[in-house]
Design a protein. Sequence first.
Lengths: 295, 83
Amino acid sequence: MASLKALKLRIGSVKSTQKITKAMKMVAAAKLRRAQEAAEAGRPYASRVEQVVASLASKVQVTEGSSPLLAGTGSDQVHLFVVATSDKGLAGAFNSNIARLARRRALELQEQGKTVKFLTIGRKGRAVLARQFRDGFVHAVEPGDLGKLTFADAKGYADDLIRRFEAGEFDVAHLFYATFKTVLTQEPTEQQLIPVKVPTPAVATSQPSADAVVEYEPSEEAILDSLLPTNIAVQIYRAIRENAASEQGSKMTAMDNATRNAGDLINRLTIEYNRTRQAAITTELVEIISGAEAL
Amino acid sequence: MLHFELVTPEKLVRSESVYMVTVPGTEGDFGVLEGHAPFMSTIRDGDLLVQRSEKGEAERIAIRGGFAEVTPKGLTILAEQAG
């Protein structure tokens, strides 16, 4: 049995750990609310852009002259995975869930003989994937605090991506991130970025605004061409926002668990401490009594 | 009155009823009043002029990049940056 002093020290150290995890949980809860509000505030823009792209893309004929962002390069040999995670850990399985999905998809594609390249946004995703796919890395961004990223940052990533696409570095781009469902569940998600997924006509025509009477200036094609890069930025921005909320939700849950575990540990240690103390007292009493009897 | 919405990726900036909005379109400025025909245009960087009433002063809002959409419901400006 450990000595009284050792137990006391141990309890003290677990208590201070608990204080830290409790504080981290509270910080995560506050940040989560802000991240959730931000994610909701960005929704009208994202959904509107998506609608317009969908209704335009379904009207415009895909021809030789169409933007490759819409039509693709005609090949699907080289895939680029844009894996968005966070820079910081201590958020439960948040980062590893996203990385695991990306890894599984990458192995599937490699089995089909395709080349898979990686571009990571966030240090944690890079750390996990670099072990297995060292050769495939084209670029890694470390964005810092996800909650502080603006649309301009997302646009920067999108511009970089489009430059690489135009330079012929890849044919298809996929985006990986975690969709925020609830505080307890965040779902790793894959989404095709380039070429743009055109929804089935049934979805596009169900929108009342997609009537033939709408006039376009300059032209449908020109609007679509200017909208496609924006759309990619919007998708990346949304992924980052979702990630920001997911990260905080996951962190909150993880820190809540840690706090509870620390509480259990403290209880167990306290019982052990009290028992040890009582045992020492009993031993002393027995010594005194038997000493007195011997006289 | 014309229902006017100004949306950026970060948030919904404006949602209100106004008299007229003048939008800097790529092929020239255009004014939108209530009952405008359905129309869509890209916009150039410039100032949006929002007039709350027929006689009132116009308010200027600087916007960058994006497009304007006029539907029977009103005018929606999707700008990359506003204000």
